[in-house]
Design a protein around this ligand. Structure first.
Ligand code: H79
Length: 433
């Protein structure tokens, strides 16, 4: 990884926790953002949602306040998803929010609202566009009209599509002030890198937004995370790897074994876009532990919400975010600015670290005193219970002789007793060494 990437991703890696927002006219059929493809709809069939779209409850200020309460430090909105519908006022298409009943630029309102809450802002932009006449259909396994004979001999001008796509990205990077992040999605098969004229695209982006943090999906999102994991990445390699719905076992390293920035993107239920029959939400305690896991492996987590057709974030998502926020309010110090610890993972949970401060995330209660595996007794200066700042006492193991190399702490008054843990989700100890 080079110095430029390290510098521009500094805020991003410190932030650790963000909000992904998948929102568009697909919220009306309400079964996820791939509905057009899954139902093999033509543009004519799908455009009914464009006619109907009327998000009267859209209030990005409320979204921003919710993100803030959840402890999220940045947010990324789908300016355009694969269906080609634009939430922003693009001069290059009529297929945009300004031409719906909403009648206004919904991206601009999002940016204003989140910036006002001090939350960094990013935009998701789909490289795929099912609405554009020059985007491939025949033989493209990611197109709704794939393999339809009638498109077999269709003449498309892919360069015309790329001019359009580059033009839209230029609109986003020139018309909306400073953007903190750009999230391109996605490359596949031979549709990657220079097929998108990626170098030219990123050179243009960097001309207007020199510091914007960019994902790695212009080039790839495959096995080796694209060439971002090479020591001198290409200009279009991006700044961070973007594992989707999976946390890499030990973070992500480049060819030199150096850790590179990465961000887990994850759904709360089993869809990105609003889905009115999917109530399989992951509980807040699970998501908190996933965030801790990402942090402990040097990565971020961007957690998705899919607002409904009116513009409301589902109440289940709101509830989960409030619960995460309550934990973050007390324990955020063990996440923000933290990363991989020098001490190996302990059996009862995880360590995160920020400079000389180590945070023990204790998931599993010990029988007696808690052994701080990897920390020798003479190395330990002080230990606090992070949630309330109270100092903890040195614990003792009964079989001291067997455990001379390990510092013990007690969570209670008695040095040999700890049970039960005060926070069943994740009891965080702040350790000064
Ligand atoms: O924007 C979200 C997704 O729409 C997009 N990236 C995230 C952030 C994405 N997820 N997966 N993919 C793109 C790759 C495509 C997966 C597919 Fe499928 C498998 C397409 C068709 C089969 C998933 C399952 C989507 C439809 C069915």
């Amino acid at each position: 990884m080079n110095q430029a990437i390290r510098e521009r991703t500094k805020w991003f890696m410190d932030a650790r926790f963000g909000m992904f927002i998948h929102w568009g006219i697909y919220a009306i059929p309400a079964c996820g953002e791939w509905v057009m493809s899954q139902r093999e709809m033509t543009n004519e069939e799908y455009e009914q949602y464009f006619q109907e779209f009327d998000p009267t409850a859209y209030d990005p200020k409320e979204w921003a306040k919710l993100a803030k309460r959840a402890g999220m430090k940045y947010a990324v909105l789908t300016a355009k998803h694969h269906d080609g519908f634009c939430l922003f006022d693009s001069a290059l298409t009529d297929y945009k929010a300004t031409n719906t009943k909403a009648g206004r630029d919904l991206v601009r309102e999002f940016l204003d609202a989140f910036r006002a809450e001090g939350i960094r802002v990013g935009l998701y932009f789909s490289l795929i566009d099912w609405h554009h006449p020059d985007f491939p259909k025949y033989g493209d396994r990611h197109h709704p009209m794939r393999n339809q004979e009638r498109y077999k001999d269709a003449q498309i001008d892919f360069d015309r599509y790329l001019d359009f796509m580059h033009g839209q990205v230029k609109e986003l990077v020139t018309n909306y002030g400073k953007l903190d992040l750009l999230w391109f999605d996605f490359s596949y098969d031979n549709m990657r890198g220079e097929t998108w004229r990626a170098t030219e695209l990123i050179q243009m982006v960097r001309k207007y937004q020199p510091d914007v943090v960019i994902d790695n999906r212009l080039e790839g999102s495959g096995e080796n995370h694209g060439s971002i994991a090479t020591v001198e990445p290409l200009i279009c390699s991006g700044d961070f790897a973007s594992p989707e719905q999976i946390i890499p076992p030990e973070g992500i390293i480049d060819e030199n074994g150096e850790h590179i920035p990465w961000e887990l993107c994850a759904t709360m239920n089993n869809h990105w876009g609003y889905c009115n029959f999917d109530h399989e939400y992951k509980p807040a305690d699970m998501l908190i532990r996933k965030l801790v896991e990402c942090t402990s492996k040097g990565g971020n987590m961007i957690l998705n919400v899919g607002p409904d057709a009116k513009g409301r974030i589902p109440k289940e998502s709101v509830q989960i975010l409030e619960e995460i926020g309550a934990w973050m309010e007390r324990n955020g110090e063990s996440i923000y600015g933290c990363g991989i610890s020098e001490i190996p993972k302990p059996e009862w949970g995880r360590y995160t670290q920020n400079a000389d401060t180590i945070y023990a995330h204790v998931y599993e209660a010990p029988l007696g005193a808690l052994p701080l595996y990897g920390i020798a007794p003479d190395r330990l200066e002080k230990v606090y219970y992070l949630a309330d700042g109270s100092e903890m006492t040195r614990g003792e193991a009964w079989n001291t002789v067997l455990f001379q190399d390990v510092a013990f702490v007690s969570l209670g008054a008695n040095p040999v007793f700890t049970y039960p843990l005060p926070d069943p989700i994740d009891t965080v100890l702040k350790i000064k060494i």
